[in-house]
Design a protein around this ligand. Structure first.
Ligand SMILES: Cc1cc2nc3c(=O)[nH]c(=O)nc-3n(C[C@H](O)[C@H](O)[C@H](O)COP(=O)(O)OP(=O)(O)OC[C@H]3O[C@@H](n4cnc5c(N)ncnc54)[C@H](O)[C@@H]3O)c2cc1C
Ligand code: SF4
Length: 858
């Protein structure tokens, strides 16, 4: 094609993730004589369907929209909300529902799939949903809210289908406040990706999250109530269960109707047949993504679709790329549980060997599938802990290079073998980026860090599971080039957090301005200010609102409360070990009632009160402090809670006093500022009711004393803590935790939780043991002294603030009118409490309680 030839007209049917990738890739290759028209059925710009569930936790369609610049290009036209209804291959045109006829030189089908509903009576009743599009989730959310209002109670919900989408959907139902259950016809969850043992461990982990799992159960009918809305399910064994809402996740069907009508070759099971160049039986028509059937099948993952998009774009411009076949690998977080499966996960190869590690108490199942001579990695399954996935998936079909146990055992902590990866190994399966491409991004494209490599190659840009490996390879290549790998804290400090900590200790500087002048430049930023405030707090013991320190804090520290989405604050008093007296409960109840606060129990066993206005915080705290409560520091990068079970004092299985120890630990570490939040858990026996192994420090009682686990966390990337020491008495336990926390505080990066810190530490868990138990560096005494200083210097931040008129001046909504509350806060009543009003409620005037008029009884 040249500038003078007529433009090559590419028409894409379907405006989703794969179409977006195709257009992006085409633009990167195309000259100006190409035009692209993308025609989509959904009334949105292409959006991230993989992240769809975040829509239910507050993401807007805008947040989900994929890179808009692709459609801002003058060569690209997007017709959204106007489905194609016919392809006329003779005339080389497509016809849309609005009767527009669009001619093409090349047609690309990217129509994806639609969610299926089972063929059972009642599947179309109001209250039955599928889970595929923004509009599906929006209808589900509205229905749940409306039905809850009608019934005046929380709803129950059933997800039919226990595959990966079903588990995601039931987690989402839970987020909506619906008591969810999964009903699955197979013998175990995710039967397409996991073996029975892995599926069973997953089932137990899901049940621990208060989600009921019912396997080997077929739904035969869905019943309605008198209003015609869904009310119950009937199963194949004749049993029934009530339900208020049903979500079907029983599979998808390729949207191939257009292609069939146009007489393109299709598979009998569905899907438009393509060859390895993504061509259909008509050479002017390509198919990519979930609608395309290669080797007789379609696959419901985005990575193969992206690979097809790249091949199709390359071929249009005379390239020779071919689709290599499906890589079904997937790493997902389902209802909070890490699950990964890759390669020949179900060990179908003849004489394949399994190496399995399972920890039923901790809820971990890991399996590697090896060739019959145990030399070559064929695939694997991870449930509960998928940390090794990124390191192992690129090794499929290659020698493992280490004892399989090194990758599986919790204490193995095998590092990603980036250096051994051959150039052709696929590191990012979502975007088909090889180790060689990452290396060339550093050597040939001049990328100077992993972020630049990501932008340049798209490695790690989709699901992100390979980004640790991308960073590692990038760092290796930069080092090989003699370039330094930056560990600078931010643009104002070239030192890492650890170096800065040492510099502050040695220089004895005690102010931010002094530190900036001596070791940094400029005026500081949101990264270095709170980092230095946290270091100084530990070293100098200054109040967070003292002098210069007050200006350095994060938003929440700034007012010693957690800001909520409507701009109000939450208040969390400390309850060591989750204990609270009846009198204490009465005070909390009275405070919540008098200030109109919404109350809720937290996962860390304390009570959170929401909806406080800035100017109310001192009055609320005055009453709490008078009743003997302290700040729970739910706002700080510091100790949060020590969760505990009831232990030997009440429980017949308990072997040690878990509550007593939890209280002791919480009182010792309260107020301890650290690079990230710190959580502890104490269980009275191996049944682990306090879930201590999901904490930074987990303590479990045994007949021989306390076992200490370190480096666990929940959150976005859950990790199980690893066993550091066993059979400790009370003093040895506390000494070991003292040193572990202090060593972490001194050496971790900013916002690095204990798990990644431990993974980066020289020698890992063994290295930590050597430093804090064997005292290999001779610093154990310093660490003990530092903790002793912290314990001595502890002072409740809120009690101190109430005594200081200067500090109290910052708790005003409006600087010029200290007693005027913020009028933007508005609430409605729900289930006997208040919640923030939605935009529609504000506009409709149905707001019942507004911030300006809320009566405060004192
Ligand atoms: C909640 C959820 C979570 C997921 N999580 C993951 C994950 O973690 N990892 C993963 O790999 N995959 C995941 N997937 C699957 C992934 O989203 C799909 O594989 C991917 O979106 C496929 O993209 P596609 O472009 O081929 O098809 P689709 O996303 O189905 O898009 C096709 C588009 O074409 C439109 N269309 C259909 N017919 C017409 C027509 N006649 N005219 C115009 N437009 C038409 C459709 O309305 C749709 O917008 C998830 C899916 C869901 C629903
Ligand atoms: S962990 Fe053990 S001691 Fe604690 S409540 Fe559970 S069973 Fe009882």
């Amino acid at each position: 094609m040249t500038e003078t030839s007529p433009p090559h007209r590419v028409v894409v049917v379907g405006a989703s993730m794969v179409a977006h990738r195709f257009v992006e890739s085409l633009l990167a290759r195309a000259d100006t004589a190409t035009t692209v028209t993308v025609i989509g059925e959904e009334p949105h710009r292409p959006y991230d369907r993989v992240a769809l569930t975040s829509f239910l936790s507050g993401a807007t369609p805008d947040d989900l929209t994929l890179d808009r610049s692709v459609f801002d290009d003058h060569r690209v036209d997007l017709l959204a909300g106007d489905p194609v209804i016919r392809i006329d291959r003779g005339a080389a045109t497509v016809l849309t529902a609005s009767r527009a006829t669009v001619p093409y030189d090349t047609l690309v089908l990217a129509t994806g799939s639609s969610a299926a509903r089972p063929a059972v009576e009642g599947a179309d009743l109001p209250g039955c949903f599928v889970y595929r599009t923004i509009d599906d989730l929006s209808s589900l959310r509205e229905y749940v809210a409306e039905r809850e209002r009608q019934l005046g109670r929380p709803l129950t919900g059933k997800v039919i289908g226990g595959g990966l989408l079903g588990l995601e959907a039931v987690g989402a139902l839970q987020e909506l406040g619906v008591d969810g259950a999964v009903v699955h016809s197979g013998t175990h969850l995710m039967s397409a990706q996991l073996d029975r043992a892995g599926g069973d461990v997953l089932g137990r982990l899901i049940e621990r999250r208060d989600i009921t799992v019912r396997t080997s159960t077929r739904t035969t009918r869905i019943d309605a109530d008198r209003t015609g809305r869904v009310a119950g399910l009937e199963f194949h064994d004749g049993s029934r269960e009530p339900t208020d809402v049903v979500v079907f996740t029983v599979g998808v069907r390729p949207n191939d109707a257009l292609a069939r009508e146009a007489q393109l070759a299709c598979e009998s099971d569905g899907g438009v047949r393509i060859d390895d160049t993504c061509r259909t039986s008509d050479e002017r028509i390509l198919a990519i993504g979930e609608v395309a059937a290669f080797d007789g099948r379609c696959v419901g993952l985005v990575a193969p679709g992206y690979a097809m998009a790249e091949v199709a774009a390359d071929r249009l411009f005379g390239g020779s790329a071919t689709f290599p076949g499906y890589d079904d690998s997937a790493k997902l977080k389902l209802s909070g549980v890490d699950v990964a499966s890759f390669g020949d996960a179900l060990a179908t190869a003849p004489d394949a060997l399994d190496v399995v590690y399972t920890d039923p108490v901790g809820g971990v199942y890991k399996k590697l599938v090896l060739s019959d001579d145990a030399s070559t990695l064929l695939g694997g399954i991870f449930v509960g802990d998928a940390a090794s996935y990124g390191a192992l998936r690129p090794l499929v079909g290659r020698p493992l290079g280490a004892d399989p146990a090194a990758y599986l055992l919790p204490s193995g902590g095998m590092e990603a073998p980036a250096g051994e990866l051959p150039d052709e190994a696929i590191v990012c399966s979502c975007s088909s980026v090889t180790a060689g491409r990452i290396r060339s991004a550093v050597h040939e494209d001049g990328c100077a860090d992993a972020g630049e490599v990501k932008a340049c190659t798209k490695a790690g840009a989709t699901c992100g599971s390979c980004f640790a490996m991308v960073k590692k390879i990038t760092a290796q290549e930069l080092t090989a080039l003699g370039k330094s790998v930056s560990s600078a804290l931010c643009e104002h400090f070239d030192l890492s957090r650890r170096q800065l900590y040492d510099a502050i200790v040695v220089s004895r500087e005690t102010t931010f301005s002094g530190i900036l002048e001596r070791f940094g430049r400029g005026r500081g930023c949101d990264v270095c200010k709170p980092t230095i405030a946290s270091i100084l707090h530990g070293l100098v013991g200054e109040h967070v609102l003292d002098g210069e320190s007050a200006a350095l804090q994060d938003t929440n520290d700034h007012v010693m409360a957690n800001m909520q989405k409507d701009g109000s604050y939450s208040v969390v008093p400390r309850m060591p070990g989750g204990e609270v007296t009846p009198d204490g409960l009465v005070v909390i109840g009275e405070v919540a009632r008098d200030f109109g606060l919404y109350t809720k129990l937290t996962g860390g066993q304390r009570i959170d009160m929401f909806g406080a206005r800035l100017e109310q915080l001192p009055d609320i705290w005055r009453r709490l402090v008078e009743a003997g409560f302290e700040s729970g520091q739910a706002y700080g990068k510091s100790l949060r809670t020590v969760k505990s079970c009831v232990g030997s004092t009440w429980c017949r299985y308990g072997v040690l006093d878990a509550v007593g120890m939890a209280v002791r630990l919480e009182l010792r570490y309260r107020g301890l500022r650290s690079p990230h939040k710190l959580k502890l858990g104490v269980s009275g026996c191996a049944r682990e009711c306090a879930e201590a192994r999901s904490k930074d420090a987990g303590v479990i009682a045994t007949e021989n004393g306390w076992n200490l686990y370190v480096g666990g966390n929940g959150g976005f990337t859950p990790r199980h803590a690893q066993l550091l020491a066993e059979g400790l008495d009370d003093d040895a336990l506390i000494r070991t935790i003292d040193r572990y926390f202090m060593y972490y505080i001194r050496t971790a990066d900013r916002l690095q939780r204990t798990a990644p810190w431990l993974a980066d530490l020289d020698g890992g868990l063994d290295g930590l043991r050597e430093v804090i138990i064997d005292d290999s560096l001779g610093i154990a005494g310093d660490l003990d002294d530092a903790m002793a200083r912290h314990v001595d210097a502890y002072e409740d931040e809120w009690a101190a603030t109430l005594k200081d008129p200067d500090k109290l001046t910052r708790f005003h909504s409006f600087v010029n009118a200290p007693t005027t509350p913020d009028p933007s806060l508005a609430y409605v009543a729900e289930r006997g409490q208040v919640r923030p009003a939605s935009d529609e409620e504000r506009q409709s005037g149905s707001v019942m309680i507004a911030g300006t008029t809320l009566e405060v009884r004192q």
